[in-house]
Design a binder for this molecule. Structure first.
Ligand code: FMN
Length: 202
């Protein structure tokens, strides 16, 4: 699996953290792009002092005592000349988790001023899989129109709306529901949440 992973500045760092926790122990390689707003929010939500994407990966590795085998390529947010800025380089899918309404809007408008936006745009034009994990509440009609338009363009909208029917005990359980669904959409089965079995809770 060759992935482009973007973290944009929406609340919900935990969704990215739990996705990356699982990703790091899987084979494959990922190009990681983190927006400045996302780093700032990660700092606040995890009460940590991360300053760079590298710090975020180290934080996740240490927090969950991981032994990573996954190769992470750290990409600069504003490097629109990076290898992955071009469709001539192939990767399987792009995931933006979490995804702000600003990044939803710019992708929908075809604006590609940073590498997250550019990769999303390339992913759509090359007809590869683009998975967006938007988080905002409530939505206004601009958000809704942008998301509908992105769905029509081929993106998959996976809202940060975890289910409760697996009886989550912790916030990590809740976030794993979304991380696990993202892996499913990438074609990777994980044990991140139990599959629904009718009748088990009766
Ligand atoms: C603490 C904090 C939480 C935020 N939460 C959200 C959010 O949940 N959804 C959202 O769309 N924007 C949220 N924002 C605003 C975005 O970070 C802002 O629009 C930013 O410009 C997004 O840029 P980016 O998508 O390039 O990271 C938040 C900002 C801060 C400081």
């Amino acid at each position: 699996m060759k992935l482009v992973l973007g973290m944009a500045g929406a609340s919900g760092s935990i969704y990215a953290a739990r996705f990356i926790k699982q990703l790091l122990v899987l084979p494959g390689e990922t190009h990681l792009i983190v927006s400045p707003a996302s780093i700032r929010i990660f700092r606040e939500e995890y009460e940590t002092n991360v300053q760079t994407p590298h710090d975020i990966i180290d934080f996740i590795t240490n927090k969950w005592k991981l032994d990573p085998i996954h190769k992470i390529h750290y990409k600069k947010f504003l490097d629109i000349g990076a290898d992955i800025a071009s469709g001539s380089n192939t990767w399987d899918a792009t995931l933006i988790i979490p995804c702000s309404m600003k990044t939803i809007a710019t992708i929908n408008a075809g604006i590609t001023e940073n590498l997250i936006e550019r990769c999303a745009d390339v992913t759509l034009k090359e007809r590869r899989r683009l998975i967006l994990v938007p988080r905002e509440t409530p939505y206004n009609s601009i958000h809704l129109r942008n998301m509908l338009s992105l769905d029509s363009a081929g993106a998959i909208l996976l809202p940060a709306s975890p289910g409760f029917y697996q009886m989550p005990k912790t916030l990590d359980d809740l976030a794993d529901f979304i991380a696990g669904r993202a892996f499913q959409l990438l074609g990777i089965e994980t044990e991140l949440f139990p599959k629904w079995r009718p009748g088990e809770s009766e």
